[in-house]
Design a protein around this ligand. Structure first.
Ligand SMILES: Nc1ncnc2c1ncn2[C@@H]1O[C@H](COP(=O)(O)OP(=O)(O)OP(=O)(O)O)[C@@H](O)[C@H]1O
Length: 371
């Protein structure tokens, strides 16, 4: 079989990318390809390898195996040793800590990449002002970064990253130092800026709502592998594995078993559904919050006890446990406030349950075990 090759016409791509530190394998075979003008989010728990992957694309690390290409040019190849240094990859980078120089003005910070490229003073000034205008900070060119708020400082960092009109911009958790409200505002602003400027971007985050808001494609990573790479809507509709569903907090995961015509919650007499489901006698399912409704306890509903409840903006989100099944917590959204200890009735719309194909799940587990 031929080795996989980098698809032409991609703005950035990786094939069979591996990175080890001594015996520790951090990335275990990463493949992706991103079109020009699109944003890819790398999403996953701490330590799964997001920053390592970004650093390989940036040229701050060289791969142990596999290749990276930017605009159809191979910039790193573990097999041949080919390696283009970061400053020649045509990149802009934005980091979590802004990395602004405190002794330079805002304008001085933004124009620095142009100075490094030997751009003349008049053109430097014009391009710096244009970049600052794009992030809404042209009035701040003569200030010091320390006179600006965290959100403004991050905008300066973005202006500096775009001033040289890079073909690719890399973001490493750029909003994680901001407080929650500012972060929520900045996500929208950043999404608009990326789209207005037509940037191609890779965006590292461990925040699923940031990734799903900003990105055209999301790579959910786990233990050095991409577990699923898909547009946000597909991820939400069709998470490939229970782990992806769990990480994206799409609802409650439950183990169920077939007895006769019905699927029971594992180890109980409680019937979830009589739908055909999938082959086999055991399954793992995702029960999305949206498919559970709460009402008064009645014989045609599942009896449940409210464990706790929290107002969420559009209703009260309650964690409940089914009577006779204390180990499983379901989540239900209710207009009325539900009190801890209260007994309620639940209806579950089984047509919205997501069934996981055991063989797909197993193959990922096997891949993780064998690398
Ligand atoms: N220089 C190094 N030497 C050895 N191991 C390293 C080195 N740098 C990173 N690692 C390990 O590689 C793994 C992946 O790290 P990486 O920073 O890519 O994860 P991440 O997904 O970005 O995590 P976080 O969200 O916490 O930043 C971690 O287990 C980390 O400890």
């Amino acid at each position: 079989m031929n080795a996989p090759s980098i698809r032409s016409s991609s703005a950035v791509a990786a094939v069979g990318l591996e990175l080890s530190y001594g015996a520790a394998q951090i990335l275990k075979g990463i493949d992706f390809s991103l079109e020009k003008g699109k944003t890819l989010a790398l999403l996953g728990p701490s330590g799964c390898g997001k920053t390592t992957l970004l650093r390989l694309v940036a040229g701050l690390l060289a791969p142990t195996r596999g290749a990276v290409s930017i605009a159809d040019t191979v910039v790193a190849d573990g097999a041949t040793g080919a390696f283009v240094p970061p400053e020649r990859r045509g990149l802009g980078m934005v980091f979590q800590d802004y990395a602004l120089w405190p002794h330079l003005t805002v304008g001085g910070n933004v124009s620095f990449p142009l100075e490094m490229r030997g751009v003349g003073k008049a053109e430097r000034q014009a391009r710096t002002m244009r970049a600052l205008e794009r992030v809404g900070l042209s009035a701040y060119a003569d200030r010091r970064p320390s006179d600006l708020s965290g959100g403004q400082q991050q905008r300066v960092a973005i202006a500096r990253a775009i001033v040289a009109e890079p073909q690719l911009i890399l973001f490493d958790e750029p909003l994680s130092n901001l407080d929650r409200e500012l972060r929520e505002n900045m996500v929208g602003e950043l999404a608009e800026l990326i789209s207005t400027l037509g940037l191609t971007a890779i965006y590292v985050t461990h925040d699923h709502s940031e990734a799903l808001t900003l990105a055209d494609e999301v790579a959910v990573m786990r233990s050095g592998l991409i577990e699923q790479l898909a547009p946000p809507d597909d991820l939400i509709e069709r998470p490939a594995t229970p782990e992806v569903a769990d990480f994206l907090r799409l609802g409650c995961l439950a183990d169920i078993e077939r007895r006769g015509p019905a699927w029971h919650f594992k180890g109980s007499e409680i019937v979830l559904t009589e739908a055909a489901g999938i082959a086999g006698d055991g399954a793992r399912v995702l029960i999305p919050v949206a498919c559970i409704s709460a009402g008064e306890a009645s014989p045609d509903r599942l009896a449940a006890t409210v464990l706790r409840s929290q107002f969420r903006g559009d209703g009260h989100l309650a964690s409940v446990s089914l009577s006779g099944l204390p180990g499983l917590e379901l989540q239900v959204l209710s207009r009325a406030k539900l009190r801890a200890g209260e007994t309620i009735g639940l209806s579950i719309d089984a047509t919205q349950i997501r069934w996981f194909q055991q063989e797909i799940h197993q193959s990922i587990e096997e891949k993780l075990e064998h690398v």
